[in-house]
Structures are given as structure tokens and as C-alpha cells.
Write a protein that binds this ligand. Structure first.
Ligand code: MN
Length: 242
């Protein structure tokens, strides 16, 4: 198996090394990741300037940094590496749950794989002031990867792993609350500015990704690319012309 590893935290993030190390137990690994952090860039692609890549030492891995977004990295990585069959993204420093996954570059890398007909799996872990303990997360990443490779055919998956998890839960995306919020602040000159940031959500619905993380479970959410609202489409009588 050829496994392409990417992320949105940039090629120098400790999370990508941790993921690549686990992935190397499952197949041949190549890292293709952004040269600088691209968190919250979602599924943007670079269409108005050329992309280039440079070989970059990341432990003993064959690794390349790209002057682009996570989606660019996966598209270029797959283009240059014939036979790649699985794309892993992460491990992101920060969870990707609920509506936040719309903004997530981590998930976008996995999504780009699915758009290209490959399998994409995004891995994230919550962070506080401390850097995540990746050595402790790695056995859980390995367990999830084994489960997904052996027992699941889902093409696009969003995985969030808390530290010291109780076990694994299959979940759905939490949509009860949107956690993005504008927060007013002032610069040193007293002028107003804003942070578009994430505030903690409360009361997640049961069996959702957010609920699972709150309860200390690993959350695996199978996702799909089709955004069509089937109920609305049925209501108007299918795809007929007006
Ligand atoms: Mn990130």
C-alpha cells in the first residue's frame, strides 16, 4: 500500500511525523505537506500562481514541502506518486468536530483524496496549553487505522482522538451549534479589531463527534462528498425542470 501523508499544520509539525511513523507500519509512506501552516484554509486550492515542491528532511521519510494549501499538496502528491491508494491527514493540533470541519484544512486534505477517487482519513487531537503527547496517541492511531483498513470501506473519514481514550465510537457530525464567533478586542493603540475564533460549544447531541470527544471516546465519522439536500429535492419533485 502507498500512503501519502499530509496535514494543514505544515511539514514541520510534530503531528505529521507521529502520523507518518504509524503509517509506515501499514505501507510505503511519502509526506507531501504545506511549507507553512495552513490551518483553517478549508478546501482552498491555489489557482492564480504556480505550485512547486522541495525535498525536505523529515526524519527518514521521503518528504516534500509545497508552497500551497492542504488540497494542493494532496493533488500534487497524488499526481507525482503513481499508485498512491490512501491519503492520511494530520495529526492536527486541535480537534476538528461538528461545523468546524467546514473550515478544516486537515479534513480538506482527506477530502481532496476522496475527490480524486482515493481513500482519505483525517486525524485530529484536542490541544490545550500543552503540546499533545504524540507517543501516547500513536497506539490509538494505529488501532484506528487497522480497524479502518480491515473492516471499513468508507472513502472519507474524520477521526478525532483524545488523550487516554476509553475506546472507539462511530459517530455523526454534530450540527447543534456553530462554534465560530467574532470576538471584539483592541490593539495596543486602543483601536478595535476582531478575532474570528472558536468558542467551546456545550450540550452536544448524543452519538455525535463532539459528544464522543467530551466523553473521552475516539470519534470516527464517515463523511460523504454529496451535499445535496435530498429531502428538499424530493419536495420539489426531483430533478425536473421548472
Ligand atoms: Mn491545523
Amino acid at each position: 500500500m502507498r500512503i501519502l501523508v499530509s496535514n494543514d499544520d505544515g511539514i514541520y509539525s510534530p503531528g505529521i511525523v507521529a502520523l507518518a511513523e504509524v503509517a509506515s507500519g501499514f505501507g510505503e509512506v511519502r509526506i507531501v505537506a504545506p511549507d507553512v501552516e495552513q490551518s483553517s484554509t478549508g478546501h482552498a486550492i491555489t489557482a492564480n500562481r504556480p505550485l512547486s515542491y522541495r525535498r525536505t528532511p523529515v526524519k527518514d521519510f521521503e518528504a516534500y514541502r509545497v508552497n500551497g494549501t492542504p488540497a494542493d499538496c494532496v493533488a500534487l502528491g497524488v499526481h507525482l506518486w503513481e499508485g498512491a491508494d490512501l491519503v492520511l491527514s494530520g495529526i492536527n493540533l486541535g480537534s476538528n468536530l461538528g461545523s468546524a470541519i467546514w473550515h478544516s484544512g486537515t479534513l480538506a486534505a482527506a477530502k481532496q483524496a476522496a475527490l480524486l477517487g482515493l481513500r482519505g482519513i483525517a486525524f485530529s487531537t484536542p490541544v490545550d496549553e500543552q503540546e499533545p503527547e504524540f507517543e501516547k496517541l500513536q497506539p490509538h492511531v494505529e488501532e484506528v487505522l487497522r480497524l479502518l483498513i480491515q473492516d471499513s470501506s468508507a472513502q472519507l473519514l474524520n477521526v478525532n482522538i483524545p488523550l487516554n481514550p476509553r475506546g472507539i465510537r462511530w459517530t455523526r457530525q454534530s450540527l447543534r451549534q456553530y462554534d465560530g464567533k467574532m470576538v471584539l478586542d483592541k490593539d495596543p493603540m486602543g483601536r478595535e479589531h476582531f478575532w474570528f475564533t472558536v468558542v467551546p460549544s456545550r450540550q452536544a447531541d448524543e452519538e455525535t463527534d463532539r459528544w464522543a470527544l467530551e466523553k473521552g471516546w475516539i470519534s470516527i465519522t464517515p463523511l460523504r462528498l454529496d451535499l445535496t439536500n435530498d429531502r428538499e429535492l424530493e419536495k420539489v419533485g426531483g430533478a425536473s425542470a421548472i
